[in-house]
Design a protein around this ligand. Structure first.
Ligand code: MEV
Length: 334
């Protein structure tokens, strides 16, 4: 925390986006998912001020429900008016957890303002974020995005026991399909993994809530699709074992297999399939990531520049990241 003036307290916080390697959609039904925090994310800067502003314009709480929810409902903020600055390095509605990152960065900044000197509580932030996502996704949200952005590294979220993972906290939610419980665990990745993630944004925004609702109605119309969910759970466990052992080829194969199952669940799109196709010759594996419909695909590769170029030539927007960046954190003043 830094103060540029005796009465002008300023705090800055950053939370990373996330990339789901295995288990999106299946995790909503209690199966495991594996996600890593990525290098890009959302930064929030709060400065005590004479009047309320957001990114230089006047702040209207009703137009920013996510932010006012954290300020007032969660933290009961009643301090001085704030100048709120938000910078995002993530594509939004793209499956990279931008709303989770915003929620975590905002929550960390408000925690720092209201409880100066205290370490930020990343588990509390993950819980706050999960509740907000559940509201935004009509009661069907796993804690995967918010926990990965809060805790950083590699996170496994599962309703079933998972081998080789360290338990951090439990989460639960009443969903339209019944009550769900997840345990949120961390996994240590081997050091110096010789591979990068390259995300490719299709340019098409896709609200997670719509995609999750689409899968729910597909399962209702065609219960045979539950077989895809079960297959994704097996692929996820195999992918996680491969990741922990640093067996990148097997991780890539599991990613390819996961993409096929997501296609069968009707959450891919021609644009996602096209990007996955062009990167395959230069990748260990590739799949859509997050909710699908539009949004992003991800490739695991040892040649990130080449993959980024292929994505760009095919009309997508690339973003290169290491696997498993640090979680939500406070930043030094300007
Ligand atoms: C979205 O990033 C991941 C989904 O599995 C939804 C969720 O976990 O809440 C599609």
């Amino acid at each position: 925390m830094a103060s540029t003036h005796a009465h002008m307290v300023m705090v800055r916080a950053f939370a990373p986006g996330k990339c789901i390697l295995f288990g999106e959609h299946a995790v909503v039904y209690g199966h495991p998912a594996v996600a890593v925090a990525i290098d890009s994310g959302v930064e929030v800067e709060l400065t005590e001020s004479e009047s309320w502003t957001i990114d230089g314009k006047s702040f209207d709480a009703a137009r920013h429900p996510h932010i006012s929810h954290i300020l007032y409902d969660v933290f009961g903020y009643d301090g001085a008016p704030l100048q709120i600055g938000i910078r995002s390095g993530l594509f939004s509605a793209a499956g990279l957890g931008s709303s989770a990152a915003l929620s975590n960065a905002m929550g960390a900044a408000v925690q720092a303002l209201m409880r100066p000197g205290e370490a930020i509580d990343s588990v509390e932030l993950a819980r706050i974020g999960h509740a907000a996502e559940a509201k935004a996704q009509a009661g069907r949200a796993s804690p995967a995005d918010t926990a990965t952005s809060a805790l950083g590294g590699c996170v496994v979220v599962s309703g079933e026991p998972v081998d080789g993972a360290r338990h951090v906290f439990d989460a639960e939610l009443e969903t339209p399909e019944g009550r769900r419980e997840w345990s949120v665990c961390k996994v240590d990745l081997p050091e110096n993994l010789d591979a990068w993630l390259v995300l490719g944004f299709t340019g098409i925004g896709s609200p997670t809530g719509d995609m999750v609702a689409g899968v729910a109605s597909l399962l209702q119309r065609d219960p045979s699709k539950y077989a895809d969910m079960d297959a994704i759970a097996k692929i996820t466990q195999a992918g996680l074992t491969a990741l922990g052992a640093g067996n990148l080829e097997a991780v890539g194969m599991a990613m390819d297999a996961c993409h096929e199952r997501l296609q069968s669940l009707e959450v891919s799109s021609p644009e996602l399939d096209a990007l996955v196709e062009v990167v395959r010759p230069h990748s260990l594996g590739a799949k859509l990531t997050g909710a699908g419909g539009g949004g992003c695909m991800v490739a695991l590769t040892q040649d990130p520049q080449r993959v980024a170029e292929e994505i760009e030539i095919a009309g997508g927007t690339p973003l290169i990241s290491r696997l498993g960046a640090e979680g939500v954190r406070l930043l030094e003043g300007k």
